[in-house]
Write a protein that binds this ligand. Structure first.
Ligand SMILES: [Zn+2]
Length: 290
């Protein structure tokens, strides 16, 4: 969760990642913020336009769905047209469990019923494509999608797990028409590798005394790792221990119950307190390196 970037910081982040930008009139102040919340933001949502001549349309919208319909349109040549900034009519309502998973940077569940406002929560980008499975996404266009997504993740300290497709947000939609796992893989590789052109290398962070978040998939029942003992000790210290024996190095039901107690202590409820660690709760637990 984060406050949205200012328009200037947003454009600067994209340029630093090597995204070619075209700025359309008044994009900084063209938004729907008067109709609802803008922020806190949790990620980047990708769409396809399902039309050909789309920049003006995405800026204006229709009487029934006024523009802007996104913050940026990614043209076939890889140029990103900035048409608005802030709350835009791109996401509509979507699934609360998906929002929870994005917030914790966990694997996304299949979308359930539409329940929460996505326009407040995501930077929306439309990618020019008919979405018919035949219209190609040129390499330059996919490169721009990778770069703009990485730029916003870098600016917010997010991983590639904070990027989702409209089709992953709601059962109503099928866009974008490329596999999102593949695009997240590219974004993750970019975030792990070299910084974008024009961007100075970040200073090396001092080594933290705490273990970094190993990812939700690390916490598989029966998996053995000394880190689990360290997690259990911290949970006991926080008054969240639910162990009759242990804690020990094999992740099991007592660890999960203890972690769920920690998540509830932090104020998480429902599927957010299911005992599977997410990044935010992990960082607050401050587990010493094992
Ligand atoms: Zn869409």
């Amino acid at each position: 969760m984060a406050a949205p970037l200012s328009p200037d910081a947003f454009a600067r982040a994209l340029r630093a990642e090597g995204v070619p930008l075209t700025e359309h009139a008044d994009w900084r102040t063209h938004h729907r913020n008067h109709k609802g919340a803008w922020g806190p933001v949790n990620g980047v949502m990708l769409h396809h336009t399902a039309g050909s001549s789309s920049v003006g349309f995405c800026r204006r919208g229709t009487p029934g769905l006024p523009g802007p319909l996104c913050v940026g349109v990614v043209a076939k040549d890889g140029t990103v047209h900035l048409v608005g900034y802030g709350r835009t009519n791109h996401a509509g309502n979507g699934c609360a469990a998906v929002l929870a998973a994005v917030r914790e940077e966990r694997a996304l569940p299949k979308p359930g019923p539409d329940a929460v406002d996505g326009n407040a929560r995501f930077y929306g980008f439309e990618i020019e494509n008919l979405g018919d499975g035949a219209d190609p996404y040129p390499a330059a266009q996919l490169d721009a999608v990778e770069r703009l997504s990485a730029a916003l993740c870098r600016a917010h300290g997010w991983s590639a797990a904070s990027v989702l497709g409209h089709k992953e947000w709601t059962r109503r939609k099928i866009d974008p028409s490329f596999p999102m796992d593949g695009m997240r893989g590219r974004i993750g590789a970019r975030l792990a590798g070299r910084p974008g052109p024009g961007r100075p290398a970040p200073p090396k962070p001092p080594a933290s005394a705490y273990a970094p978040f190993p990812g939700g998939a690390f916490f598989v029942p029966g998996h053995r790792d000394p880190l689990f003992t360290a997690v259990g000790r911290r949970l006991v210290a926080e008054g969240c221990g639910r162990y009759s024996v242990g804690p020990g190095p094999v992740w099991g039901a007592a660890d999960r119950a203890s972690y769920a107690a920690w998540q509830r202590k932090l104020g998480y409820r429902g599927t957010d307190a299911d005992g599977t660690p997410g990044r935010a709760s992990w960082e607050r637990l401050r587990v010493p390196r094992a």
